[in-house]
Structure formats: structure tokens, C-alpha cells
Design a protein around this ligand. Structure first.
Ligand code: GLU
Length: 546
């Protein structure tokens, strides 16, 4: 390519490649230290799979004593959304996934290898593109959208591989004069990579997660610089992951087929390619069939879903670690007190063959454990913070009655193995504790006929009988004796043993009686410890209920 052409293609002064290399010196790493990154596009949407991937990369880097950084890949300006960087950065920090270098929520880069926003690195990509051009490893392409459309149609019709290669790569063979003529006529252009590959030849790529993959070489002359002067994903990946010193690229498996091309780009630029690991997209069960968890069809694909429902952040992290490495659960059982981030995640144990299945049942059982370990104060604060954003009237109630709510949340909490494990997410708390408030309306007592062997009238009578003898100062034993008195008065056994020995003598057992009282007070046949509930509930409210 003549200097005249190069000047026409790149009229503005660019930093020299050596200047750039001096500004981005190789990282000084000790043996085994890994550098990974998460590289989302700012689309305003954070997929739960994005957190899964970020967590994987973060753990790999930090467990090795290396560096984890965030790069915002915004070279597709059409997809860019206002405020999207904030979504990315706050989503990560909310889950305790901290990038050592990257972009903060206001879009500002921090760290020595910045800018970490691709659109701010235009000159860098251009400098390397120009270098490839000078070396004859790239060329300008003037094919219009219609030309490319036609090419695609021909390829389809003839069942050929799609893409710009071989005889379809028309601009590859333009002479300098033809190029000059087009440039002088102001024809718009893109820059293409001159692929050295041969599609008939095969290569083996070593994938950290998928193992060895045998693939054809790439012979595609892909676009490296677009019409707007910004790079494509492929080119930016090579330039950035080199300059930023990434050692391990962990990314979605939609990129696995591009590895042969990416390796070519690294070689063309004179660099060592990083190691690659491609993970499969999270899956879900849909009518018994596994399919991708989709941004378009599944509300739970959006991380915001978990915020709205109030899933504790720790629960999601534990769940995702469990998806990443099946041995997490074992480790958790052996180390109940440790922080999840202390779990030694292993690359080789990443279950990746078919794509991890996102399973709410498992998430819920993990969440119950996580919430059970929190103190009442912690739960109160978490629920309040959630409610301030998603349930304002409940937040007001919580703030007005902090002590009362905390004591409600404290029932059967932090008492070892027997601790309550019924709370999954903050959204559920309002209805869970609703019966503690005067504005609660008890369901119709006739609705319990199947569960309780008594009429509505009798239930009320039992309630009144109990209230007549109830004394808040009673300890649990004395309290229970009074429940027994009511049982005997109404023809129920005072303990389960007597009932089992001669059921024909009774209308039911003490359990039925306790459940009648439970229903009167809470509207449900399953509740936390009834004695504790009565201790906490204001006496006038209890009297009304009973
Ligand atoms: N921006 C790319 C994506 O969102 C990043 C892939 C990568 O990690 O290299 O798919």
C-alpha cells in the first residue's frame, strides 16, 4: 500500500505503536497469577449470566493473587444506552464482585491500563490497524451493503459457507490505483484483515473449560475497523486483551468459533494470545426441556428481577458458586461460617458440558440457609432497604415500628440447628408478618374445615376460653398447661401420647387445639413458635384475635 493511500485512510496523526506499547507495559506477574476481565456491552441490561461469568473471572484472578478488571465494550454505538455503565458497575459491586481496574458507575476509568471504555481508545485501535495496513496484513474494502447482501444470497443459494473469503473477497485484490480512485471519489470504506488462513486445514485449540477442540482455520477477511472508525469486537479483543495484559479470557461460548480468527489476529500483531475458556449460557427448564435463559422471554434473566424480589445478594452468589463448581455445597457444609468468597473455586471443576441449569428450587434452599444465618437486625435492615425501593408503604411501617418488627424477625432465629428456615426473599416478609399488625384481616374461619375438626363457633369459644386464662407473664410451661386446659374442656387429648393410645376417647389431640389458637392468631396452621408470637404481640391485639 502506498504512503499516499495510507495517508488518505488515516489523515489524522495517531500515536505510534511504540508509544502505545510504552504506555501499556507488560504486567509484572508472579508465577501463577492470572489476569481476567469481564467485558460487557453497555446495553442497559445485566443478564444474571453476566454476574455468573463475572464471578467466575473474578474468582480465577483473585484466587491467584492476580488482577480482575472491567472493560466496557461500547464499539457498537447503536446498542449503547444512557446510564448503562452504571447498571454494569452497580450490579457487580452489589454482589461484591470488585474490579481492581475498570470503569466506575459514572463512566470514569480507573487503573493503569485505561481507558477501560473502548470508544475512548479509538486512536489506539487505529494505530494498530494502520500498522497492519502498512505491513500488507489489512486492506480497505469498499463493498457496499448491497454488494454484501448479494454475496450472502449467492452463498446461501449455492450452500456455501457465509463470509468474506476466497473469491468473495473482492476488495482483497484491488490495485493501488483502484484504491486511490475510490478514495478520491469519497467512497466509504472499512478496513479488513487479510486472513493468512486456509479453511481446508484444521487446528486444535485448547479451551480451559471445553478441553481440546478441533476446528478449521479461519480464512475470513473480517472487518477490523468499521466505517465509523471504531473497531469490531474481534480486533478490539486482540488489541485490548494484549495491552491490558489479560492472561485468561473467560467468555460465552458464542465466541468459541472465532478463536481461530482471534489467534490469527494475535499472531499478525506479533503478540501472544491469551488462554481461552468458553462457558455455556445458563439454561432453564421449560416444560421439561432445557433451553437458554433468554433475555427476551425470561424475566429472571435480568438481574433486576432478583432485586425486585429481594433475593439476598449473598444467596445469589452462593447459588452461582454452586452452579460454577458442584463441590461448593460440600465445602459450605464443612465451612458454615466462612465467607463464600473464601471458597477455592477450581477451573477444572467448572461444570460446563451442557450449560448450567438455573434452578429456583436450589436457589431458594440456599437462600433459606443464608437468611437463617443472619441476625434479626441484619434481616430488618435488608428488608427495609429493599422496601424503600420496592414497597414504600411497607418501608414506612418498618421504620415506624423498628423494635417490634425486629423482635418479630427474631423469633426462632440464631438458635442453632432449630433456627427458622422459612424466609427466602425480602418481598415475602410483608405478608409473612402481616398478622402482627392491627390492619390484618383474618381469613374466614370456615376455610379451615379440612384442617381442623371444629366449627367456627367452637374455634371462637376455644379462643375466648384461652384468653380468659392467658397471662403474659407465664413461662412456656405454664402457658402450655393452659392450652391443655382448653383442650380437656373441649374434649381433646391434653398430649399426643394419650391421644395415640385411645383416639376414640377424644375429638382430637392437643395439636389440633394449638392449631386452632394458631389460626385465630395468625390465620395459618403453620407458623413460628406460638408462645413466642403471643409474647411479642401486644396484648390488646392478641385479645382481639382470640
Ligand atoms: N462484549 C463481549 C460480549 O458481551 C465480550 C465477550 C468477551 O468477554 O470477550 O459478548
Amino acid at each position: 500500500m502506498t504512503p499516499e493511500i495510507i495517508d488518505l485512510l488515516f489523515p489524522n496523526p495517531l500515536p505510534s505503536v511504540s508509544e502505545i506499547e510504552a504506555k501499556y507495559p507488560a504486567r509484572q506477574l508472579e508465577a501463577g497469577q492470572k489476569v481476567t476481565r469481564v467485558a460487557p456491552s453497555p446495553t442497559g441490561f445485566m443478564h444474571v449470566g453476566g454476574i455468573y461469568a463475572a464471578l467466575m473471572s473474578e474468582r480465577v484472578a483473585h484466587q491467584s493473587g492476580g488482577v480482575f478488571y472491567l472493560r466496557v465494550e461500547d464499539t457498537d454505538q447503536k446498542r449503547k444506552v444512557e446510564g448503562a455503565t452504571e447498571v454494569i458497575s452497580t450490579s457487580l459491586s452489589r454482589y461484591g464482585i470488585f474490579a481492581d481496574e475498570g470503569v466506575d458507575k459514572d463512566g470514569n476509568s480507573y487503573g493503569p491500563y485505561g481507558s477501560y471504555t473502548q470508544s475512548e481508545r479509538k486512536e489506539i485501535y487505529q494505530a494498530y490497524a494502520k500498522k497492519l495496513l502498512e505491513e500488507g496484513q489489512a486492506y480497505p474494502c469498499f463493498c457496499a451493503a448491497e454488494d454484501l447482501d448479494l454475496m450472502r444470497k449467492i452463498q446461501e443459494k449455492q450452500s456455501m459457507r457465509p463470509g468474506y473469503y476466497g473469491r468473495f473477497a473482492k476488495c482483497r485484490t484491488l490495485s493501488d490505483d483502484e484504491i486511490l480512485e475510490k478514495l478520491k471519489a469519497g467512497t466509504s470504506w472499512v478496513l479488513r484483515f487479510k486472513s493468512p488462513g486456509n479453511n481446508e486445514k484444521r487446528m486444535v485449540i485448547k479451551d480451559l473449560l471445553k478441553g481440546d477442540i478441533n476446528m478449521p482455520e479461519s480464512d475470513l477477511d473480517v472487518v477490523i475497523l468499521k466505517g465509523d472508525g471504531l473497531p469490531t469486537y474481534h480486533f478490539a479483543h486482540a488489541v485490548d486483551d494484549h495491552l491490558m495484559g489479560t492472561t485468561h479470557v473467560i467468555r460465552g461460548d458464542e465466541w468459541v468459533s472465532s478463536v481461530p480468527l482471534h489467534i490469527q489476529l494475535f499472531v499478525a500483531l506479533g503478540w501472544k494470545a491469551p488462554k481461552y475458556g468458553h462457558y455455556a449460557t445458563l439454561q432453564k427448564l421449560d416444560n421439561g426441556n432445557k433451553r437458554k435463559l433468554s433475555k427476551r422471554h425470561d424475566p429472571e434473566a435480568n438481574i433486576v428481577y432478583f432485586w425486585e424480589k429481594g433475593y439476598p445478594e449473598k444467596a445469589l452468589i452462593e447459588y452461582l458458586l454452586n452452579l460454577i463448581n458442584a463441590s461448593f455445597e460440600d465445602w459450605r457444609n464443612k465451612n458454615p461460617e466462612k465467607d463464600a468468597f473464601e471458597y477455592p473455586m477450581s477451573f477444572s471443576k467448572i461444570s460446563n458440558t451442557a450449560g448450567a441449569l438455573f434452578d429456583f428450587q436450589k436457589l431458594h434452599s440456599i437462600s433459606k440457609e443464608v437468611v437463617a444465618k443472619m441476625s434479626a437486625d441484619e434481616v430488618y435492615m435488608a428488608v427495609l432497604n429493599w422496601a424503600k425501593e420496592y414497597n414504600k408503604s411497607f418501608a414506612d411501617k418498618l421504620e415506624a415500628q423498628k423494635e417490634y418488627v425486629t423482635s418479630i424477625l427474631n423469633i426462632e432465629r440464631n438458635i442453632g440447628k432449630k433456627s427458622r428456615k422459612d424466609l427466602i426473599k425480602w418481598e415475602d416478609v410483608e405478608s409473612d408478618i402481616s398478622y402482627f399488625f392491627a390492619d390484618w384481616i383474618r381469613p374466614d374461619l370456615n376455610g379451615y374445615k379440612d384442617e381442623l375438626p371444629v366449627s367456627e363457633e367452637e374455634m371462637k369459644q376455644m379462643g375466648a376460653d384461652f384468653m380468659a386464662v392467658y397471662n403474659k407473664d407465664d413461662d412456656k410451661d405454664s402457658w402450655f398447661k393452659k392450652v391443655q386446659e382448653v383442650a380437656l374442656k373441649h374434649g381433646f387429648a391434653a398430649d399426643t401420647k394419650s391421644y395415640k393410645e385411645a383416639p376414640q376417647n377424644y375429638r382430637g389431640s392437643i395439636i389440633d387445639v394449638a392449631n386452632v389458637l394458631r389460626v385465630l392468631v395468625t390465620g395459618r396452621t403453620k407458623s413460628p413458635d406460638l408462645y413466642a408470637i403471643m409474647q411479642i404481640m401486644p396484648e390488646d391485639l392478641l385479645a382481639t384475635r382470640l
